[in-house]
Design a protein around this ligand. Structure first.
Ligand SMILES: Cc1cc2nc3c(=O)[nH]c(=O)nc-3n(C[C@H](O)[C@H](O)[C@H](O)COP(=O)(O)OP(=O)(O)OC[C@H]3O[C@@H](n4cnc5c(N)ncnc54)[C@H](O)[C@@H]3O)c2cc1C
Length: 336
């Protein structure tokens, strides 16, 4: 009998089988027993994936656990099982007075997914704390340690060279003892850098996120649906002449990052609904499962948003969420 795939959008989508694994050996066994006959996909919590239809294969849910902490004079070194919950890891470090992960509190998902997407929030990205990523090469059982993740904005080598046939099994994190708070974002700017503690930042980030973002357990969603578009500075400056209030974030190489949520909001799309899927009423970048949405409702809504933003601003939105078809990942840009 088909089994329901865990996903924070709360979509009712099925796979031939959903298997939870707790060790690399188990993971490889499931892969070897099945890869010749069926598509296989590894997930953490399904908080960054949109299953556009049922999956004609096996979903492996990674629950490889374990947190080991060691220290040198300069830094704490963490080795974390890929199936640990990211926020639990952040809480654990804060409780143990180990600063460095506080800005990344409350991001849903598993530790193994953090390097893949190079998760980021409140001025910090995973790459800042990345030490190494341990991959299991599924065809051979060989363990490969990658120290250069080639990280970018929601990008990494794990979405390219290591996309197929590899599983993240452990993640190494390095947190320098010479801690510098990152207070560049929003309300965090109000803290005095001389007296702020990691716990204060952690609490504030949790507070802001709880007030702004819908809890997937209450209202299904996948976080930011689109990436913030990065465009040529000359084009951004022209847009600024028409929309002087448009938020901009200057980047290297004459590029400018725009706020996708602001663009969507300016199209009047907050609360806009197609079928059971809607644009969140407070946070336009988040699409929610308001009323038993189907995957196609979400896709149609995303298509409509993309079209409206393109018409109004001539800016192309690209999904941050990864789209999954019946046998694996599909090109989200082409699909919309
Ligand atoms: C409410 C909400 C808020 C969010 N806020 C943020 C935010 O502030 N910043 C941010 O960056 N993201 C955010 N996200 C997105 C999401 O939390 C992250 O992308 C997270 O890292 C996804 O983790 P996951 O375990 O759920 O990944 P999944 O959705 O399960 O998987 C994501 C991709 O990684 C692959 N994968 C997962 N585990 C493995 C593994 N062990 N080996 C190989 N491949 C694997 C999957 O095949 C899939 O392609 C948010 C999401 C939600 C729902």
């Amino acid at each position: 009998m088909k089994q329901k795939i865990p996903n924070t959008f709360g979509l009712t989508v099925f796979a031939q089988n959903v298997v939870t694994v707790t060790s690399p050996e188990q993971l490889q066994q499931v892969w070897q027993d099945n890869y010749q006959n069926l598509p296989i996909m590894i997930i953490g919590e399904g908080s960054n994936t949109l299953f556009t239809c049922d999956f004609d294969g096996i979903i492996i849910v990674n629950r490889i656990k374990g947190i080991t902490i060691s220290e040198t004079e300069q830094a704490w070194h963490l080795k974390v099982g890929a199936g640990e919950t990211w926020h639990d890891l952040v809480s654990t470090t804060i409780k143990q007075n180990i600063p460095g992960l506080e800005n990344l509190a409350l991001i849903p998902g598993c530790v193994g997914s953090a390097p893949i997407q190079n998760i980021g929030a409140y001025g910090v990205e995973f790459q800042k704390v990345a030490d190494y990523v341990e991959l299991l090469e599924l065809a051979t059982g060989k363990i490969i340690t990658v120290t250069d993740g080639q990280y970018g904005y929601r990008e990494s080598i794990f979405k390219k060279e290591y996309l197929q046939g590899y599983a993240v099994i452990n993640v190494g994190i390095k947190l320098p003892k010479q801690w510098q708070p990152v207070l560049t974002y929003g309300e965090l700017r109000n803290f005095d850098p001389k007296i702020v503690t990691a716990k204060m930042i952690f609490d504030k980030v949790c507070e802001i996120r709880c007030s702004k973002l819908p809890d997937p357990k209450v209202l299904g969603n996948g976080g930011s649906f689109f990436k913030n578009p990065v465009i040529d500075k000359i084009v951004a400056d022209k847009l600024l002449e028409i929309y002087p209030n448009m938020p901009i974030y200057p980047q290297a190489n004459h590029q400018t990052k725009l706020a996708a949520g602001w663009l969507i909001d300016q199209c009047g799309l907050k609360s806009y609904q197609i079928g059971g899927a809607a644009v969140h009423q407070q946070q336009a970048l988040v699409l929610v499962n308001k009323d038993q949405a189907t995957a196609q409702d979400v896709v149609e809504l995303a298509r409509h948003i993309k079209k409206c933003v393109l018409q109004k601003f001539s800016v192309n939105l690209s999904p941050e969420i990864r789209f999954i078809g019946n046998s694996g990942e599909i090109d989200a840009d082409n699909y919309l």
